[in-house]
Design a protein around this ligand. Structure first.
Ligand code: GLA
Ligand code: ZN
Length: 662
């Protein structure tokens, strides 16, 4: 059964309302809800006194309408009595200030007392619901990713370092603490990178980022151990945050889960955008598919305008449906919307759900119901389909953390740069996987590894052997700069990738904001692009020059090269630049590598494929406000409208087609 649901907070509403909610949900095709991830205070009102009666009644009401539940372990927001027990469990901010009560995730995840309370409530819920027919699975906590700088975390960081390095000599050597006389002579001297300490040693800062990720992963594992032991019949997932979140290594967080889920808000909130960026959402989906290399769920798909103290744009008619099918196109096998009804109280009283505060079904409910009806008919034909892109992008958390620690340039954002590479392929409807540094790359024709700044020997070997064995590899400036301790390598750049690139960085230059250098491409068709932020001046060895700089003292020197290496080739893009640069390189490289789009379609129409064995599913998504026509490449069954289609096909504004080959 395709799981179609909402995030539901029965504890926010009078019990008399629950049957109305359940009936409206059932009429909209809802068959699952996520419950209780913020209900600790109602489940354990006082230490050791548990109250499951209300949740049992809510599950009964839902069950009577054919709706089952995913329960959240409620540790992301602790009741006052828990925090009162442990005043030192409030987390410490980078400023050194200890938080006080009032928001959520106010706690420190290494605090033993807090963790114990978390295990107790998780165990109590697991014991109570292990055999409940209304419960199908669990969500651990909520959107992991907290960082804490408290003394307890500092002590665990020191232990973590002791395990990693074994001796202070090894640590001092790795971090190069001789610089500024930071040589540590006792583990207890090692600080956490508080703002009050100024700009930290890059080795220390990267290890603290790794430690923070491990703390989150270990906190989750305590809940997973309990749930696996007590509820073997239930699945366990977590709601991740797509591509943009970066405090936790999602490959590690995802490993012990049955599948991952994520929270997708295409209309933004923290930085509301007047226009939705479909590529950014697609990158989120691809990342979530990539962390386990399997289909995923949406645990919070946007259904209304976001808002805390400010407010964002409300989803336009048709967008909920469009985003739903976009998610499914990229691998979503479950769809849960945030939230059922907009809360009257609390910090999120303007974070809108399917229903507004008044609870009456309106436009967004009607859209939900339409989607629910559709997925009831066709959902089973989509479940479990495989995504098989011919190209991939490498995602390396060490590299992301190191970029956060040293962004190089005020105007340069690594995540934006990464997105612009993804976009260059996405705009051409070339599917991309997001792959771990150690992933088996042999199934791809093309791999993009944007600015892999921290490069381990194993990762370098993986990339090099991909090219050697016939793959086409795109590397960029600032690759292979650092070793795993975040120390700069003592080789000419791009370090361990130099031989494969067939070119050396002779020197490099930073381009201040507003300064750009035109590039001249040696390609048959005229192309224009510019270097911004950064310019590697390349000395090609075995590589051919694809583009040169047309300005600065390095005018005429190589900026982009391509090298035949083994059975494959390596493109080295020595300049950082905006979208046009990535577009030129992506288009040329995809042609060279023989990577094909899912379908040639007009701009703004996204075409994505999934596969059931040899049978192709083709998703067509019109993100624009004008009708579009696409020309199909074969005969398809139109799963939503019914009947066979071929040739030219009309897509209405925000329109969707789900087609099955044959
Ligand atoms: C996140 C959280 C939800 C809610 C929404 C909206 O995704 O998981 O609990 O806070 O954002 O803010
Ligand atoms: Zn702490």
């Amino acid at each position: 059964m395709y799981r179609f649901g909402v995030d539901y907070y029965p504890e926010h509403w009078p019990e008399e309302r629950w049957p109305t909610d359940a009936r409206l949900m059932q009429e909209a095709g809802i068959n699952v809800v996520r419950l209780a991830e913020f209900a600790w205070a109602r489940l354990e009102p006082r230490q050791g006194c548990f109250d499951f009666a209300w949740l049992d009644r809510a599950l009964d009401v839902l069950g009577a309408h054919g709706i089952q539940a995913i329960l959240g372990t409620p540790t992301a927001s602790a009741p006052p009595w828990v925090m009162e027990l442990f005043p030192d469990a409030f987390k410490v901010l980078p400023s050194g200030h200890r938080q006080t009560y009032g928001n959520r995730v106010n706690h420190c995840q290494t605090h033993l007392g807090f963790r114990e309370r978390g295990k107790i409530i998780t165990q109590a819920m697991a014991d109570h619901y292990r055999d409940h027919p209304g419960v199908i699975g669990w969500q651990t906590d909520n959107e992991f990713g907290s960082t804490c700088y408290c003394p307890a975390c500092q002590a665990s960081f020191q232990d973590w370092l002791r395990r990693r390095y074994g001796s202070l000599d090894a640590l001092n050597a790795a971090w190069g603490t001789v610089f500024w006389s930071h040589i540590y002579t006792a583990w207890e001297q090692i600080p956490v990178p508080l703002e009050t300490g100024g700009v930290p040693n890059p080795g220390l800062a990267l290890d603290f980022a790794r430690f923070t990720s491990d703390v989150n992963v270990a906190f989750q594992q305590e809940h997973i151990d309990i749930l696996r032991q007590t509820c073997p019949g239930h699945f366990i997932t977590h709601n991740l945050m797509g591509f943009n979140a970066e405090t936790v290594n999602y490959f590690d967080l995802a490993r012990p889960l049955d599948f991952v889920a994520w929270d997708n808000y295409p209309r933004g909130f923290w930085n509301p955008r007047p226009e939705v960026d479909p590529a950014a959402a697609a990158l989120g989906h691809a990342t979530m598919r990539g962390v386990k290399n399997q289909p995923f769920w949406l645990m919070e798909e946007q259904s209304g305008a976001g808002g805390w103290h400010y407010q964002a744009v409300t989803p336009r008619p048709g967008e909920m449906r469009l985003w739903t099918y976009q998610a499914i196109a990229h691998g979503a096998d479950g769809m849960v919307y945030f939230r059922w009804r907009t809360a009257r109280h609390g910090t999120e009283q303007y974070w809108h759900g399917v229903l507004d505060h008044h609870g009456q079904p309106r436009r967004r409910y009607a859209e939900l119901k339409r989607i629910g009806g559709e997925l009831k008919r066709i959902g089973d034909r989509l479940l479990g389909a495989e995504s098989r892109p011919e190209a991939a992008m490498l995602l390396d958390y060490d590299t992301r953390w190191a970029w956060r620690i040293q962004p190089h340039h005020e105007g340069f954002k690594y995540t934006q740069y990464y997105l612009s590479w993804f976009k260059a392929f996405h705009a051409r409807n070339i599917g991309l996987d997001i792959a771990a540094p150690e992933a088996d790359l042999s199934r791809y024709k093309l791999v993009v590894a944007p600015a892999v700044y921290v490069l381990s020997e194993a990762e370098a070997a993986n990339l090099v052997s991909f090219a050697e064995n016939g793959g086409t590899l795109i590397l960029t400036a600032r690759s292979g700069v650092k070793d795993e301790a975040n120390a700069v390598v003592d080789l000419p750049l791009p370090g361990l990738l130099g031989r494969a690139a067939g070119a050396e960085v002779e020197e490099y230059d930073l381009l201040p904001g507003g300064v750009s250098v035109p590039l001249e491409f040696k390609l048959p068709e005229a192309r224009t692009a510019e270097a911004e932020w950064w310019a590697d001046v390349l000395a090609p060895g075995s590589a051919e020059v694809l583009a040169t700089y047309a300005g600065q003292y390095y005018a005429g020197r190589a900026a982009v090269t391509v090298n035949r290496y083994g059975k494959g080739r390596v493109i080295y893009v020595g300049a950082f630049g905006g979208q046009p640069l990535q577009d030129v390189v992506a288009q040329w490289t995809a042609e060279q590598a023989g990577v094909k789009p899912a379908l040639a379609a007009p701009a703004g129409v996204e075409a994505v494929t999934r596969w059931h064995g040899e049978r192709k599913l083709l998703f067509l998504l019109n993100h624009g406000d004008a009708e579009q026509f696409v020309t199909l490449d074969g005969v398809y069954e139109d799963l939503l409208a019914g009947g066979r289609v071929e040739g030219a096909l009309r897509l209405e504004p925000k329109g969707v087609r789900v087609l099955s080959e044959g």
